[in-house]
Design a protein around this ligand. Structure first.
Ligand code: GCU
Length: 341
């Protein structure tokens, strides 16, 4: 932990020095806007951010140059959130899971089986009355969310043991994201929660430090987890969005016109990423099944849902402020029920 902190400080100093060199160059006075994320350059998030960068560079290119840093080049998501907080970088994409340690309000979107369907999830995330109280909750910490990105549905996958019911998770070390809600979810389901950053998962699977993980289908192909894990089980426990966060001081320093253009860019990012997401998941399923030999399993979800129920109660009683948001989500669940209902 100590070394990680030192690394974040070192990276901040380096980035500030580079900003100064480029920003203070004799000919080029443009402000570099740095965005970090942890996905590959094939990923819908990178494609969306590239469209965002091109849009801003086109509209405001005399003043800003947007640069996108993929693949944890600027550190893990937790490191990047800290860099965004201090203003060493301007934006980063973080999983909602990581953000709950910065504001408890984010816990809500980490709840297992919160959304009845993908349609309910999308409609709730597109509704500012649902997202605003969460997206602005970290302002005191120096950053805020500017848009959300689709990260699909999270499911369990294991090296060699098919997961048909929660009982199959018993005794297995399963990587989870570094969030107390996710650790508690894993405990309720009976597995042994092993939190670590995304970039560490592949080698941990390969070296048997963990027996499995949980994520969307892209992790199998884009991150190679399907080369090691041969069973992917659609228990559909979570739809955890990814969130683009921005340094608050940077956003507040933009003029009204510039902010309007950045906001248009955030909308563009959201729509490009979501369009690409649908195609990417289809391709990932096809590749995992036909090239990596991953077996897809469709277990009865009910025992998983039942096991996770106490988490809804504990999260809501620990933070009553999010109850109205939870209730609004239930309305979307009625409007867009699961197909099985
Ligand atoms: C998904 C998500 C990432 C997250 C990762 C993880 O890939 O899009 O934001 O970091 O899961 O499990 O850590």
């Amino acid at each position: 932990m100590k070394t990680r902190k030192k690394w974040v400080i070192l990276l901040s100093v380096m980035l500030l020095a580079v900003s100064c060199l480029s920003g203070c160059g004799q000919n080029d006075q443009r402000r570099i806007v740095r965005i970090g994320h942890n996905q590959s350059t094939n990923h819908p998030t990178h494609i969306g951010l590239t469209a965002f960068a091109e849009f801003i560079n086109e509209q405001l290119g005399d003043k800003y140059v947007v640069e996108v840093y993929p693949s944890e080049l600027l550190g893990s998501q937790t490191d990047m959130v800290q860099l965004t907080q201090t203003g060493a970088i301007d934006f980063c994409v973080a999983s909602n899971a990581i953000l709950e340690t910065f504001s408890k309000n984010y816990e809500i979107f980490n709840l297992p089986y919160l959304f009845a369907s993908a349609e309910a999830y999308h409609a709730a995330m597109d509704d500012p009355t649902v997202t605003d109280p969460i997206f602005t909750a970290t302002e005191k910490a120096g950053f805020k969310a500017v848009t959300w990105l689709d990260a699909g549905t999270r499911n369990f996958y294991t090296v060699n043991k098919p997961i048909e019911s929660p009982a199959d998770l018993k005794g297995l070390k399963i990587r989870v994201q570094q969030s107390p809600t996710n650790i508690e979810m894993m405990n309720l389901l009976g597995g042994s929660a092993t939190p670590m950053s995304f970039g560490e998962v592949y080698t941990s699977l390969q070296s048997n430090i963990i027996d499995g993980a949980e994520n969307n289908e892209m992790a199998l192909t884009d991150n190679g987890h399907g080369d090691v894990c041969k069973y992917y089980s659609y228990d559909m426990h979570q739809m955890v969005p990814d969130i683009l966060i921005g340094n608050l001081a940077f956003l507040e320093e933009l003029s009204e016109e510039e902010l309007a253009i950045f906001e248009e860019g955030f909308k563009l990012l959201n729509s490009v990423q979501r369009e690409e997401w649908v195609k990417a998941v289809e391709n990932a399923k096809d590749k995992a099944q036909n090239e990596q030999g991953v077996v897809f399993i469709y277990p009865d979800q009910e025992p998983f849902v039942e096991a996770c129920k106490p988490l809804h109660e504990s999260v809501l009683s620990g933070n009553p402020d999010i109850q109205p948001i939870y209730d609004m989500i239930q309305e979307y669940n009625v409007l867009y029920p699961s197909v099985e209902e």
